[in-house]
Design a binder for this molecule. Structure first.
Ligand code: GDP
Length: 482
């Protein structure tokens, strides 16, 4: 799974000294015949616009870097206009959810479908024959966690400010987050139906934040709305389209699909399901894809109206079935030429992820070192947590981590959505951890592996039971009190 500098240079059709220079800039000293890791080689390749793809060698255990997949460059003439993707942000209770509801109801087509819209993590509305995509999770946490993972999915942010309350701390946060991301912002001054509404006060406070609205001579678009009375919604959506037009949002629909996982979960009946946003290219049923550490062939696609579809072009959110495991929100997905590449890339990524995790276990930051020194003899309880949905995983993680005290630190070394897999067991074995499964079970292979590796896998359906057990395990670890 390694290749030498010379081999990489040959593949890239570059002079080996040039590659050595690149490596040096990246902080890696290597000679011409030295082997470099896949990650490093990938980084170098990506600088030349190539993606390294692994193919299986003669020895099936051994992975070899064989092909270079060209990252498809979009030509100017291939770019077509695409619909905007919008996130709604703002302070709690200012009406984000109500506004999203009101927006969804303006869409005639969803009414025609009988009004039963399945929740897939994103919704689409049509206004004047033009499409707008809304991400369904309001708030800047979702927005920022995506960005933290390198995903930029939002084109336009709608900042909801309640006219009776004005700018609040989370409003300021939302402003800063959209600024940091360079995402244009449209202000929806909400709750104008309330007698206590004071839009001018909101505009003043926006000005104090450096956002001067249009009717005060600035450039910020602010639309008075009432999510409750469904007033001003059309105007707001027209403004979204206007800003979208100014942004010249474009994508090439005629290439293999690329995009981002919006959310994903393990469905009892359907297996791993992921809502993905196609950002470039076109995704089709049957396409082999890689999404984060998961891979598979798209078995079915369901659009935001709950209908099965066969194709999804740029700026389309679809729920997809057929993945090997549950990817994480913010993971990138790409459609690849064939199943074998999909599997190999995913497996290679899993291996890298495992290696990284082990490395980070051994490594210690200065901060850690300092606190360990101060703590004296620290004892740690390492945990791997898997669960059925992101929400429960986070809840279990937080409640267990809270159990940490001066003598024992509870450390969640890995957590995720989905069944307990072989890689979870290997990770737990390597770091002496206990596996907690919440509403999920180990896959058969993981079950036998855990026996062999003597890894304790515990499954729960009630959070409190898990807390109780961990607490008991901790008292066993604590120094006896006299
Ligand atoms: P979120 O926390 O930002 O998602 O806010 P919600 O959408 O849950 O709304 C918070 C409260 O404000 C709810 O009780 C809504 O009914 C109410 N609300 C939302 N929009 C309006 C509005 O336009 N007018 C009035 N009077 N109340 C609203």
């Amino acid at each position: 799974s390694q290749l030498t500098v010379q081999e990489l240079a040959n593949k890239l059709d570059k002079n080996s000294s040039e590659i050595i220079m690149k490596l040096m800039k990246m902080g890696t000293m290597a000679t011409i015949n030295q082997e470099i890791s896949f990650e490093i080689a990938s980084l170098v390749a990506s600088e030349y616009g190539f993606e390294l793809v692994i193919a299986e060698g003669d020895n099936s255990e051994e992975l070899e870097i064989e092909t270079l997949m060209e990252i498809e460059e979009d030509k100017e003439e291939d770019l077509k206009q695409r619909p905007p993707v919008v996130t709604v942000m703002g302070h709690v209770d200012h009406g984000k959810t109500s506004l999203l509801d009101a927006i969804r109801k303006t869409d005639v087509t969803s009414g025609e479908a009988g009004g039963i819209t399945q929740h897939i993590g994103a919704s689409e509305v049509n206004i004047n024959g033009q499409k707008i995509v809304f991400l369904d999770t309001p708030g800047h946490e979702a927005f920022t966690s995506m960005r933290a993972r390198g995903a930029q999915v939002t084109d336009i942010a709608i900042l909801v400010v309640a006219a009776d309350d004005g700018i609040m701390p989370q409003t300021v946060e939302a402003i800063n987050h959209s600024k940091a991301a360079g995402v244009p912002l449209i202000v929806a001054i909400n709750k104008i139906d309330k007698p206590s509404a004071n839009p001018d006060k909101v505009k003043q406070e926006l000005a104090d934040q450096g956002l001067l609205v249009e009717d005060w001579g600035g450039e910020v678009i602010a639309v008075p709305v009432s999510a409750k009375k469904k007033e001003g919604i059309d105007t707001l959506l027209e403004m979204v389209l206007l800003v979208a037009e100014m942004e010249e949002l474009r994508a090439n629909p005629d290439k293999r699909a690329v995009g981002t996982v919006i959310e994903a979960e393990l469905d009892k009946g359907r297996g791993p399901v992921a809502t993905v946003l196609v950002q470039g290219g076109t995704l089709r049923v049957g396409d082999p894809i890689v999404a984060g550490l998961a891979f598979g062939k798209v078995r079915a696609m369901i659009n935001s109206k709950g209908k099965r579809v066969k194709v999804a072009g740029p700026s389309t959110a679809v729920e997809i079935l057929g993945l090997s495991e549950v990817p994480q929100g913010g993971d990138q997905f790409v459609s690849v030429p064939n199943d074998k590449i999909a599997r190999n890339v995913a497996e290679k990524r899993q291996q890298i992820a495992r290696d990284e995790m082990l490395k980070s276990n051994q490594r210690m930051s200065l901060d850690d070192f300092f606190s360990q020194m101060n703590e004296g003899e620290v004892k740690e309880l390492n945990l791997v947590i898997k669960g059925d949905v992101q929400g429960s995983v986070q809840a279990v993680k937080q409640s267990l981590e809270k159990l940490s005290n001066e003598e024992v630190a509870v450390r969640v070394i890995h957590c995720g959505v989905g069944a307990v897999t072989e890689s979870d067991v290997m990770l737990a074995a390597a770091s002496n951890a206990i596996i907690i499964g919440f509403n999920v079970r180990p896959v058969p292979g993981a079950e036998s592996l855990s026996k062999k590796e003597e890894v304790d896998v515990r499954t729960y359906t009630i959070i409190y039971k898990a807390i109780e057990d961990v607490q008991a395990a901790m008292t066993g670890m604590l120094d006896p009190e006299y």
